[in-house]
Design a protein around this ligand. Sequence first.
Ligand code: BGC
Length: 751
Amino acid sequence: MKNARLTNEQLLVDESLLFVGNGYLGLRGNFEEGYPSHFQTIRGTYINGFYEDVLINYGESAYGFPKTAQKMLNIIDGQTIVIRIDDDEFSLFEGEVLSFDRKLDIWEGYNERNIDWISPKGHHLLIKIRKMTSFEQLELAVIEYAVTSVNYSGNISILSTLDGNVINYADENDPRVSSEQARWLYVDNVGIRDRNFAQVTSVTKQSGLKVTATMGHDIDVEYEVKENIIVAFKHDSIQQGETLTFSKFLVYVDSVRSKESENEGLKILKEAIEKSSQYWFDIQKRHLETFWKVAKIEVDGDASVEEALNYSAYQLYASAGRDAFSNISAKGLSGEGYEGHYFWDTEIYMLPFFILTQPDIAKNLLAFRYQTLDMARDRALMMGHKKGAKIPWRTISGTECSAYFPAGSAQYHINADVAYAYIQYYLFSQDIDFMKQIGYEVILETARIWLEIGHFDDKGQFKIPAVTGPDEYTAIVNNNYYTNSMAKYHMYWVCKLSREFGETDVEWYRKMQKQLIIDEAEIFEMEKAYQHMYLPYSEELGIYWQDDTFKDKADWDFESTPKNKYPLLLHYHPLTIYRYRVLKQADTLLAYFLLDHVSEEIMNRSYDFYERLTTHDSSLSPCVHSIMAAKLHKAEKAYQFFMKTVRLDLDNLHHNTKDGLHIANAGGAYMSIVYGFAGLRIKEDGLHLNPIMPKEWKRICFRIYYQQALITITMAEKLTIETTKPIEVVVNHKAYTIEDEIHLEYEVTSK
Ligand code: BGC
């Protein structure tokens, strides 16, 4: 029987789709026994925040270019398990596969394969394999096997390895993954510990980091050390009708978090094995029950949409760093695209999910920018600024890793994006202490950059030259609308918090003034800058220009661009792209969504203008169009863009899911429901909803936390809002106080 999922192309995609992760550790969904030797595989295990510093080789360098970049490393591989009966090695590519299925169980937190297989010699086996990384013990991965013999009695052997010979994936033709194939991780120590456990420790050369992998099994095995590989094996026998079960335990401890990675690894492993694999699968399920109580999204009318939405929520959860050393990389822990870097993706696309459903994780993600603020300060000085902090465009430990500044360091908007996320969290939680302890400092330091790079022109308007906005198909322009309007909002908030907190807590403000060397003239300057911020507007078209260059450019010739020339970045020189009105991703429309500050007429005209110029070559784009279309009552469009978002990875729509999942897009799928169809916004005057139900569905239901209340929002024939504490909500511009439950009319698009 041919199984479409067994082609090499699909296997690579499935390695990403079925990865198991817990925010700290990620294992790609590789087959334990491997593929045929001529197949390609990206066999990967990753730790969030574990990296090597790699020299950047510039053809022509210039002042201030980062000298090194960080790279998330593929670490010691413990996935391999091989089963042999009567000299036949189990493989889905040998013998006869009577049935095969695999899945990621997002409700219970593991991936699973079920195989009904006849070996080349005719022995019939049923094999079930479950693999997970634990949400309760982040260093732990468990792989569980159950092998049932249908017609065979005889020998069976199990071979299981821990392999230090690992390298990262590279593709020199795709700028979105690393182009350099090299070894970054060196085995330092290999050995057997306490007779029953195997351990490999590897080190990097530049970043000075170390990782230890410790392996054990819940059956007795013998070990053999072969250079950098430890092989565990067991020769056993099986009877017809019998099921043999065993589990492999892997523990990864790194020097970023522990000084004693070897001893700590061994300790965790021993305790884990003692508790049994069943215990870990059981508490994984319980852990996720708590998660799903809030995170689950229900959509009646399309089961595949509901499945894909919850898949996205799960992958966000599986990707988010849980400690001070990590954040969420563009691909989470599912692959090596963008080399494990953290971008603005976190603040603008992923954080909304965490703020609304997992506020503690949100807080931690926000705190990451505080932990790394000193590096952002150094970077600002390096960029020629006198003060302030410049958030790196892409990073792991906090230093700038972008080698292509027109679409990297020039994206100053990331400073405002980080501030925006802090403000959203504050509006959501009213957590004044958090803002005083870390939020204010981050917002102030990042806002200082606007005064550094902007200036007042002869009419007194504040202008910001030479930046790149979110749309990477337009680079280094003056007065990018997104950047200017976000900077305006950013400085407004610095002034507001300085005033409000300064009045209510004089002592704290004095301390801040001293520590951050704030004088009132600076705050006054920011006030003037945001009040007189220049925003490029076309009187003729009645829209905001994306930037000052837009009016002088011709439209890209879409009609003569064949489908196979997309994404444009892989087929045209950047300058060719920069010369035209063509967008990689939402830019002005994104500002409208986040700030919700211009009239619907302008938004409407802008939507039509920019939509036809947008390629959506970035996965960060369709969701914004869906949200804005919903806002503008374009239900059909909102639905179409939502469908492009929600199945982007499941259907491999960008043809690069093999390099990892598009986690910002997963956040975008969530936002398309909550901010799009439900029209939720958290503003200074409270929580807003402007719901619109697409005709394709009958009911949408989700839960959010808001100011210590758990709120259930259901859109069916009526809009129902249930809350565990009294709240104020503005629905379709009308304010309501809800004690526990309310039912309201809203816009349902007809069939
Ligand atoms: C997008 C950026 C994004 C990056 C990582 C690029 O293709 O243009 O906006 O931050 O991918 O997801």
